[in-house]
Design a protein around this ligand. Structure first.
Ligand SMILES: Cc1cc2nc3c(=O)[nH]c(=O)nc-3n(C[C@H](O)[C@H](O)[C@H](O)COP(=O)(O)OP(=O)(O)OC[C@H]3O[C@@H](n4cnc5c(N)ncnc54)[C@H](O)[C@@H]3O)c2cc1C
Length: 396
């Protein structure tokens, strides 16, 4: 029987091991932590979007680049994932945001345990406390374990080492250099789906800190997202701005700063807002609050951004409400980000995620250099890659 070593034990690795044929392969997962799926559990503390419910063709458009994931996503899509989870006893439901969650009452640890149970049924061996440290001259895998170095030889190796945020979960990206030393192309890790810094004036912070901007349209470059963001002392965060991460990051890298535009009233045309502001019986402030339904925090933002002349011009004020600019000066630190880009360059793997320069070695999951917004797209991609690779390996 052939042997497979899976290095790293997150969602991509767990799905892969659940899908590999135990009659064909003896599978061992080597994980440096004393438990699998630490980041999976962290994801569970927040929304825990296991996937998104939109049609797979729409889903595909959210990935950058889309081409790398198409085959994997279409061969194990969001519906198939939900059906398979149901087989494991994990029922899901679709929320109003169209994101897919485990039904109420199912805790993240129970989802993890359902995976572990299936892995046990498939005779998957797990070596905990095994930190991969590279290869020896015979191309065997080297692991640090309890102060000693262990060697592991297997017919096939799959790396599923994760990205480089939330280091506390084990996904620290410290393996990047090991691949570079083998001549494998990599990109430095950068944050994605993270908060962005806005250099607010100190006096503004008191008025806006902790307030949410709801039902607005946020845009940056060609990207646009309707939703919610929260203003913080640091800047701005929330799913609607996370979705703009790739464009914000590009502008920050190229120009040193980026610009987000907020349409604070997407359901009101500019002319309608202008009309409502032309109310002679109300002050501008009252017209904004009572007729346009601007919040106090938004009012503070608008005041800080306008001269007296602009504030009293209904047309200019309406234009500002429809396209309020926010200058972004930096991304949050990498470790605070929900996901990272960078890692193994996509050109280094073929359509089955096999390293072109290292036969029988594969890379799946967040360790590859791709990007997607939050909302279930990250986990779906990891599950689809694990599933697709298992299907390929079961065939050969
Ligand atoms: C706060 C937060 C919330 C999130 N919420 C969601 C969500 O709701 N929906 C969604 O789709 N995604 C979410 N994500 C993202 C999602 O959790 C990740 O994209 C996903 O876990 C990546 O899976 P992976 O298998 O590629 O790697 P990981 O889950 O990062 O697992 C990699 C594993 O490899 C191990 N490892 C690393 N280096 C070594 C080594 N040298 N030797 C041995 N083992 C090693 C690590 O310890 C880790 O267990 C969230 C992430 C965070 C941080």
């Amino acid at each position: 029987m052939r042997t497979i070593s899976i290095v790293g034990g997150g969602p991509a690795a767990m799905m892969l091991s659940c899908m590999l044929d135990p009659a064909k392969y003896r599978v061992t997962i080597c994980e440096k932590n004393v438990a699998l799926g630490r980041k999976f559990l962290v994801a569970g503390k927040g929304g825990f979007n296991l996937t998104h419910s939109e049609p797979k063709e729409e889903m595909l458009k959210k990935y950058i680049p889309a081409s790398f994931i198409q085959q994997a996503l279409f061969s194990f899509d969001n519906d198939q994932l939900q059906n398979w989870l149901q087989e494991l006893g994990i029922e899901t439901y679709t929320g109003t945001s169209k994101r897919v969650f485990p039904i109420k009452g199912i805790r993240p640890i129970e989802v993890l345990h359902a995976f572990l149970k299936r892995m046990q049924e498939k005779n998957v061996q797990i070596k905990y406390g095994h930190t991969w440290q590279g290869w020896n001259e015979e191309q065997e895998l080297l692991f640090g374990h309890e102060g000693k170095t262990e060697m592991l030889r297997s017919d096939i190796t799959v790396f599923a080492l994760g990205g480089a945020s939330w280091k506390v979960t084990g996904s620290d990206g410290s393996w990047l250099e090991l691949f570079q030393q083998q001549g494998i192309g990599t990109h430095p890790f950068l944050p994605s789906n993270c908060a962005f810094r806005v250099d607010w004036k100190e006096e503004l912070i008191k008025a806006i800190e902790g307030t949410a901007i709801k039902n607005a349209v946020f845009s940056c470059g060609t990207l646009q997202k309707k939703g919610e963001a929260v203003l913080t002392r640091f800047g701005i965060e929330g799913s609607a701005v996370y979705a703009l991460s790739s464009e914000i990051r590009k502008q920050l890298l190229n120009e040193g700063s980026a610009e987000i535009r907020m349409d604070l009233k997407p359901d009101l045309p500019l002319a309608e807002i202008e009309q409502r502001l032309k109310n002679e019986n109300l002050s501008v402030k009252d017209a904004l609050l009572k007729k346009v339904n601007i919040t106090e925090a938004q009012l503070a933002l608008i005041k800080k951004h306008t001269t007296k002349e602009e504030f009293t011009s209904p047309h200019k004020l309406a234009a500002l409400i429809k396209s309020f600019p926010l200058r972004i000066s930096a991304m949050a630190p990498l470790d605070d980000a929900i996901s990272s880009v960078g890692g193994i360059a996509l050109q280094e793997v073929n359509e089955h995620f096999e390293l072109k320069k290292m036969k029988n070695s594969y890379c799946i999951g967040e360790m590859l250099d791709w990007d997607a917004p939050t909302g279930g797209y990250l986990l779906q991609a990891c599950f689809s890659m694990g599933h697709s690779l298992a299907a390929h390996l079961n065939r050969i």
